[in-house]
Design a protein around this ligand. Structure first.
Ligand code: SF4
Ligand code: SF4
Length: 370
């Protein structure tokens, strides 16, 4: 993950990830990243630009960065997570040229979105989305569900379905940087109920749009290993570089000095990173999960959830993701439905069809979705 700045022009009320700052990554740092990463490991790399708002450095930064990273690394691909307010025709063409997966954030219809993301956010993001669509650039969405918007979850669901917009759901989190996010935090039980409710509806709508989290939860259950970072062990396989070259475990930690694992300018090797105090804290999370989640039947494909969520909500690495109860709810529901379908298919004359008479797809269809 490359985090060129923590600055952002949006003013989302529950935001925990941006700062009012002028610090922006200098393009020369891309050379430092290349020099470091090529000696760090031998694996292919997926680069995700994140923020703050990653489009703030502008077209020239991306023109050079994408070209250099493509030419000089073992590239798997590029992604960017942005409010897309600065996405113009020039950037659209550039992102198409480099096959950049673009994702933006919208929390539902205009009224619901602007209530929590600020006036005119919806129009600015949707204008850029429509321009991108017109020019053939695909855009995916992240939708943050808060304690407030949870009450309107049906409207949010219909909005994404009716507009054929694929989304990832994000439950609002507390923050270590201040207390602005606290009242918006989504309770784990409510989040679990929402996932189950949406699964029920989604099985009628698999041909209309994608709810990426539900796709991954079903796939993880089938494969018995997490296929989304939240449910995999991300420690050491995901790293984030801040504007000054500091290395963190993930974009979510950027700006938190106690989670700096090293700096790309010093070209740390894996062993150096593993000797940092920040790495020790991440190991505390891992060890806690090993002990605490040991008897949980979903441990193999949950792994204690997101370490950042755990640390931020509990103010210690000796914790699991506060969404634990919601994960248990949805994994249990998916397993129950899958078992029922397996049993049915074992009884002659009751084989599952791809799509049943009432238009409902099976959980197996969802598990096998490409
Ligand atoms: S810290 Fe959380 S968001 Fe970041 S890679 Fe790990 S699981 Fe994903
Ligand atoms: S569902 Fe909860 S107890 Fe089970 S592995 Fe995940 S965090 Fe641990």
């Amino acid at each position: 993950m490359i985090i060129p700045t923590l600055n952002c022009q949006s003013n989302c009320k529950y935001c925990w990830g941006s700062e009012n700052t002028n610090e922006i990554m200098d393009i020369s740092l891309i050379d430092n990243i290349i020099d470091w990463i090529n000696n760090f490991n031998n694996e292919t790399i997926h680069f995700t630009f994140h923020g703050g708002e990653p489009l703030i450095p502008g077209y020239d930064f991306y023109k050079e960065a994408l070209q250099k990273l493509q030419k000089n690394t073992k590239l798997d691909g590029f992604s960017i997570q942005s409010n897309i307010w600065l996405l113009d025709e020039e950037l659209i063409d550039l992102f198409k040229k480099y096959n950049v997966n673009v994702s933006t954030s919208i929390d539902g219809p205009k009224e619901i979105n602007d209530n929590q993301r600020g006036d005119s956010y919806f129009d600015k993001t949707m204008n850029s989305y429509n321009l991108a669509k017109e020019k053939g650039l695909n855009i995916n969405f992240v939708s943050t569900i808060t304690s407030e918007s949870k009450k309107e979850s049906d409207e949010i669901y219909e909005f994404f379905k009716n507009n054929n917009m694929n989304l990832k759901i994000h439950g609002a989190l507390p923050s270590l940087r201040g207390d602005n996010a606290d009242p918006w935090t989504l309770d784990a039980n409510e989040y679990g109920d929402l996932l189950v409710e949406w699964l029920d509806k989604y099985l009628y709508d698999l041909d209309k749009f994608s709810i990426v989290d539900l796709d991954h939860i079903c796939k993880s259950t089938l494969r018995r290993r997490g296929t989304l970072c939240t449910f995999a062990d991300c420690i050491g396989t995901t790293l984030a570089i801040g504007h000054d070259g500091s290395i963190y475990p993930c974009y979510r930690f950027v700006g938190m000095d106690e989670y700096i694992l090293g700096n790309v300018k010093n070209k740390p090797k894996k062993e150096d990173i593993e000797q940092s105090p920040a790495w020790d804290k991440l190991q505390e999370f891992r060890e806690y999960v090993e002990d605490n989640c040991n008897s949980c039947k979903f441990m193999k494909y949950c792994k204690g959830g997101c370490p950042y969520n755990a640390i931020v909500a509990n103010k210690t690495p000796k914790a699991v993701d506060p969404q634990c109860e919601s994960y248990k709810k949805i994994f249990k529901e998916v397993s129950k439905r899958a078992n029922k379908e397996f049993l049915k298919s074992a009884i002659p004359g009751m084989n599952n069809k791809k799509e049943s008479n009432d238009g409902k797809f099976s959980i197996m269809d969802l598990m096998m979705k490409p």
